[in-house]
Design a protein around this ligand. Structure first.
Ligand code: XIL
Length: 399
């Protein structure tokens, strides 16, 4: 029997007791093998024990690593218990929404929406200023995400921005936003997700109004304007899809490396590369090609940041014990791989608690159970994922 279908006695018992009825149903389909394969991802020999004491930020800092997380303005305003966790665990904060041009609002929230760009002529900095003040009050490094992206654009954008005025809109946005927080920012994702290997554009550039109206040079322009607006911030190119050994990941890595080489050769003021790292609990990897890619990026003189780390569990078994163990294993394996690259200086999870993750809406589980992709559970208690991240920091080489 192939290795990855071998089950331990415990897993077989779990499968037998826990999924008896499900087993009958799934025997009719190939799910049984998928299930066995998933369960085989759970290595019972891993216990994820951690040494006593030390929050994630403390364990990271002991190795010269910055650890932080993304957070949402309404969650912060409404949940002091949540924000206390950020103050305890994080040394960096990135607003998940407040620097996006526009974000859909959840009517359930008793907190008014403050989209950054309510109209072509106006800016609403209420949410971003609140988050900046929170970061300052709690001595957190503050990170902006993103200045230029083709997603989360306001309803007025499409009928307003055109070939004639696109440069004015881009330059003004960067100058007003990056300029307002100049000197206070750890880093900015100046451009987000500019490469798409599935569309067939030259250089795999992502379809975007910025590309359509300004051509490929919009990227270089954005960084030059940002560097002028805030000479102190690390200017980052941020993207996803680099972690696995498959051919699509090969293509993405090659296309982004080419973009970074091109920018560096033009003297574009770009200082770091951000890997989002939205990982799947279902996928395993040797991370061999990722490690080579990290080394190639580092050889361009770029710092590397893991910017949106989480591990989705929507395809994992319902059993929370098994799910948490598989997720923890992915966290530790991935972080152990990337932290072997000295240029990796910053690790950011896309949220801190399962109660506030975008995967609830974007990647829900078919069994309707709450998703569990982050270090803290919905009661703000550390999970095995927290242990796994702590272990990776504890075992990481010093920077
Ligand atoms: C997501 C947010 O988490 C969601 O709440 C929002 O509705 C859409 O954007 N890559 C990115 C992030 O760069 O900005 C995205 O964040 C997740 C994917």
């Amino acid at each position: 029997m192939p290795k990855n279908l071998l089950l331990t006695r415990r897993q077989a018992l779990q499968l037998g007791l826990g999924a008896c009825a499900g087993l009958v149903a799934s025997l009719k389909s190939k799910d049984i093998y998928a299930n066995l394969k998933i369960l085989a991802l759970d290595d019972p020999s891993r216990d994820f024990t951690v040494s006593q004491g030390g929050s994630l930020k403390e364990r990271a800092a002991a190795k010269g690593i910055i650890y932080g997380a993304a957070g949402r303005y309404p969650d912060f305003v409404l949940n002091p218990n949540l924000t206390a966790c950020y103050a305890r665990e994080c040394v960096l904060l990135v607003p998940e929404w407040s620097f996006k041009w526009f974000i859909e609002w959840y009517p359930k929230w008793p907190v008014a929406n403050h989209p950054l760009r309510p109209s072509p002529e106006s800016f609403d900095f209420t949410a971003a200023d609140w988050m900046a003040k929170f970061a300052q009050t709690h001595n957190l490094l503050f990170r902006g995400h993103p200045l230029i992206w083709q997603v989360s654009l306001p309803p007025w954008f499409k009928e307003t921005v055109n070939r004639q005025n696109a440069e004015k809109f881009m330059v003004e946005h960067i100058q007003r936003v990056a300029g307002r927080y100049a000197g206070k920012m750890h880093s900015w994702d100046v451009v987000n997700e500019a490469i798409n290997i599935y569309e067939g554009h030259p250089d795999a550039l992502q379809t975007s109004p910025w590309l359509e109206f300004l051509g490929p040079n919009y990227i270089d322009l954005a960084y030059r304007v940002a560097a002028e607006a805030d000479p102190n911030a690390l200017l980052v190119y941020n993207d996803f899809g680099f972690e696995y050994e498959d051919t699509n990941s090969d293509k993405k890595r090659a296309a982004v490396l080419k973009l970074l080489e091109r920018l560096k050769s033009k003297g574009t003021p770009i200082h770091a590369f951000g890997i989002q790292a939205h990982l799947s609990g279902r996928a395993t990897s040797s991370y061999k090609k990722l490690r080579k890619f990290l080394s190639d990026v580092a050889s361009l003189g770029l710092q590397i940041m893991i910017t949106e780390l989480d591990v989705t569990d929507e395809e994992l078994p319902s059993d929370i014990t098994v799910r948490d163990r598989i997720i923890a294993g992915v966290y530790e394996d991935f972080l152990s791989a990337v932290l072997n690259e000295p240029a990796v200086k910053t690790i950011i999870t896309w949220g801190l608690s399962d109660g506030y993750t975008y995967h609830t809406d974007f990647h829900p589980r078919s069994d309707g159970m709450p998703v569990r992709p982050l270090p803290l559970d919905t009661d703000l208690k550390p999970k095995l994922a927290w242990n796994a991240i702590a272990r990776a920091f504890d075992n990481a080489p010093n920077r």
